[in-house]
Unconditional design. Structure first.
Length: 364
């Protein structure tokens, strides 16, 4: 037996505010055109948002981008003194893409070198590991409650779930739940804990042991100051939350703010698609895929399949014969230049059935 833990963060967490702004600005700059490029980084802190990075686009309007940033902060619910959509300053330091990089990506060579991983398993309905699945579900429940009128909840929150596994690697039950959420100053910690438990218990009740599961709800006792006023946020700091909660390897590259010629993003989506199809087709109970690329080169430098504890060269060869793994092939298969990148920002880039790389059609 063993235990494994994953965490998630809400859409109002500082790092996710940064990711959301980066994805929204990138989507605006790309404008659905395959000759546009974007790599947008965002810093958020007390009443300040700073944008940096590169773009290649004929749709750059600083006034519009500032309005877009303020609208995102407003929609996330930030009207507190230290981070208010009307009061904050927006610094836009975006500049044109380097021609040295453009020459390698204009004909859809990989936007950079790197390694990307995809993973899938049969633990949950969406082929995701249990700990990250339920960590996301807890925070989605809090967000739904807030949207439905629980105005005592603030936008900033985090969750963490520890699962116990049996000797053959099957999840048994949740051992520990950690949930910290921003809340209004009027409530006592006892009231906060009781209300949060009422919201999150229904989404985990089938996996908790009411006699054994340990709960840590707002364990510090107070979480009134939240968001970027309490802790700064940066694009790309929640890459484990974005993927498999640490249950599978990660190549190290962030997703948000990048157009899909950047294989950090597009090849990770393809790797997930391949791994999910391996498991969904019954070829394995769990599968890890690695892809690697060189900047400016179209074909991957390697393809690796590890399923149920064994290297599967037969599946690797089948993938290479069936699937176009070039950046252009991936972009076309998933229609990535038409994708609103903000659809991926919150609660993971994987496991959402409406995203194109989640389809099960390769061997089925």
């Amino acid at each position: 037996m063993y235990e494994f833990t994953s965490e998630s963060v809400s859409s109002g967490h500082p790092d996710k505010i940064a990711d959301r702004i980066s994805d929204a600005v990138a989507t605006y700059l790309l404008d659905g055109k395959d000759n546009h490029r974007a790599a947008v980084e965002t810093l958020v802190t007390t009443n300040m948002v700073t944008l940096a990075g590169e773009y290649k686009s004929n749709k750059f309007d600083k006034v519009y981008i500032e309005k877009l940033v303020r609208a995102i902060v407003r929609d996330l619910g930030y009207e507190q003194d230290g981070f208010h959509w009307e009061k904050l300053k927006v610094y836009n330091e975006l500049h044109g893409q380097s021609p040295d990089i453009a020459m390698g990506t204009d004909d859809f060579g990989a936007g950079d070198q790197g390694i990307m991983f995809g993973y899938a398993c049969d633990e949950t309905p969406n082929y995701m590991p249990s700990a990250i699945y339920y960590s996301h579900e807890i925070l989605k429940a809090l967000q739904t409650a807030r949207e439905n009128g629980a105005d005592w909840l603030g936008p900033d929150s985090k969750s963490q779930v520890t699962f116990s596994y049996d000797s053959v690697g099957k999840p048994i039950e949740i051992k520990t739940v950690v949930c910290s959420t921003q809340h209004s100053d009027e409530l006592s910690i006892e009231e906060v804990r009781e209300r949060v438990m009422d919201i999150i218990l229904p989404v985990v009740k089938d996996k908790v042991n009411l006699l054994k599961t340990v709960w840590h709800i707002n364990p510090t006792g107070r979480f009134v100051i939240g968001g970027p006023d309490g802790d700064s946020g940066l694009t790309g700091r929640k890459i484990i939350v974005d993927t498999y909660g640490g249950y599978a390897p990660h190549g190290g590259g962030a997703f948000s703010g990048k157009d899909c010629t950047k294989v950090d993003r597009s090849a990770a989506y393809m790797a997930r698609y391949l791994a999910k199809n391996v498991v969904a087709s019954g070829k394995a109970e769990n599968c890890t895929i690695q892809l690697s690329y060189a900047i400016g080169v179209k074909e991957p430098t390697s393809v690796y399949v590890y399923a149920d504890g064994v290297v599967r060269q037969d599946i690797t060869e089948d993938i290479i014969s069936k699937v176009d793994l070039t950046p252009k092939g991936i972009i076309d298969k998933f229609d990535l230049f038409s994708l609103d990148l903000t659809r991926t920002t919150n609660y993971g880039h994987f496991g959402k059935e409406d995203l194109p790389w989640e389809q099960k059609d390769l061997w089925i």
